[in-house]
Design a protein around this ligand. Structure first.
Ligand SMILES: Cc1cc2nc3c(=O)[nH]c(=O)nc-3n(C[C@H](O)[C@H](O)[C@H](O)COP(=O)(O)O)c2cc1C
Length: 357
């Protein structure tokens, strides 16, 4: 049973003991200064039997923060906090990648707790509301269109964040290019209406995103850099129409890099086989995600459509998801009301099977 899921796989510099990856999930539990807490150390340690943990999105700079209590990777205290997380995961024999998430224009200023600029490809606010500090949906701020200096600055920010992650002992970084955040905002015509070399054609819209990936690869090695895309995802007011040319152009601009992985959130669109698109334009290992169960995940691996798979929600209430799949045990259901409360309840208190008995 699940022979493919439970065999090892190499993703760039990382050798995973199984192909069951924990997908990145924002949980709003960082402490003051957006520093990882002891509860976060426990949370990731509890889930370290995954082949690889991909952390919640972490902002590479103050401007990258859009949500409440998300962790950063730009201050020394944040690096020290992530080092405790990485040590705990490694002590369990696991691997951990940090997701670099710059929210771009998806910012509710009250979520930040400090003043910082709001920057995006164009001066177009995100028309969707997103949760404020009290969880109630709030208006997003109006962004400034990124200047040439902002572009250089942001490349530096990403470079330094990747170096910080490695200094913390984190094994790799994943660039969040999905779900309507900064990189996706460049790729998508709804949020990118620039008339310079960063806007217009699919190749031009992919220029800054590809520069970021190259900057990360130069900073820490392409074999420790993955990217995450969700072609056709309308989240955060992205235009879902005809995503293939934009994502093909983006992947095409990365073919000179031996990336560790391309992580694909397959939206299940009737007119787009997102996994096949990525196979066509990239030779990097492919991680498939979205609504997978052990059976469907194994089938994707057996068919060669993916090299590894990730599970998000199933990991919330099943810290030992790997063992549960292996033993055919039933999966516990998470309490969705406790996703973003900031408390330890609904976070670190889901028991592993042995403890539940
Ligand atoms: C609570 C929660 C937080 C999430 N936060 C992130 C995030 O920070 N970065 C990201 O790329 N995806 C995020 N996602 C999306 C998940 O990584 C994943 O794509 C989604 O849950 C679908 O996979 P699943 O069906 O296995 O849950 C989040 C999902 C959930 C449920």
């Amino acid at each position: 049973m699940f022979e493919a899921l439970f065999s090892p796989v190499t993703l760039g510099a990382l050798q995973l003991r199984n192909k069951v990856i924990m997908a990145p999930m924002t949980r709003d539990r960082a402490g003051p200064g957006d520093v990882p807490t002891a509860a976060m150390v426990d949370y990731y340690r509890q889930r370290a039997s995954a082949g690889l943990l991909i952390t919640e999105g972490a902002q590479p700079s103050p401007e990258g923060k859009g949500y409440w209590r998300t962790p950063g990777i730009h201050s020394q205290q944040q690096v020290d906090g992530w080092a405790m997380v990485a040590d705990a995961v490694h002590a369990e024999g696991g691997l951990i990648a940090l997701q670099l998430m710059h929210c771009g224009r998806v910012v509710v200023p009250a979520n930040r707790g400090f003043e910082a600029d709001v920057i995006a490809p164009s001066a177009l606010p995100c028309p969707d509301k997103v949760p404020g500090p009290d969880g109630v949906p709030a208006e997003c701020a109006s962004p400034r269109a990124m200047s040439a200096d902002d572009i250089e600055w942001t490349l530096d920010v990403y470079r330094q964040a990747a170096r910080n992650a490695r200094a913390a002992g984190i094994d790799a970084v994943e660039l969040h290019c999905a779900s309507g955040y900064l990189i996706n905002q460049f790729l998508n015509p709804a949020s990118n209406q620039r008339t310079d070399q960063y806007g217009g054609s699919p190749a031009a819209r992919a220029r800054f995103p590809a520069m970021v990936v190259h900057a990360l690869a130069k900073a820490i090695g392409a074999d420790r850099v993955g990217i995450r895309i969700s072609p056709g995802n309308p989240y955060n007011a992205m235009d879902p129409a005809n995503p293939a040319p934009s994502f093909a152009a983006f992947l095409d601009a990365l073919t000179d890099l031996d990336l560790a992985w391309v992580h694909v959130v397959d939206m299940g669109l009737p007119d787009l086989d997102a996994l096949a698109l990525v196979r066509e334009y990239s030779s990097a290992p492919l991680i498939a995600n979205n609504m997978l169960k052990a059976d469907s995940a194994e089938a994707l691996l057996q068919a060669g459509r993916a090299d590894a798979v990730s599970f998000g929600r199933a990991f919330i209430a099943n810290p030992d998801l790997v063992e549960r799949i292996r033993s055919g045990a039933a999966l516990a259901k998470p309490d969705y009301d406790l996703l973003y409360t900031g408390e330890e309840r609904g976070y670190t208190d889901y028991p592993a099977m042995a403890a539940a008995q």
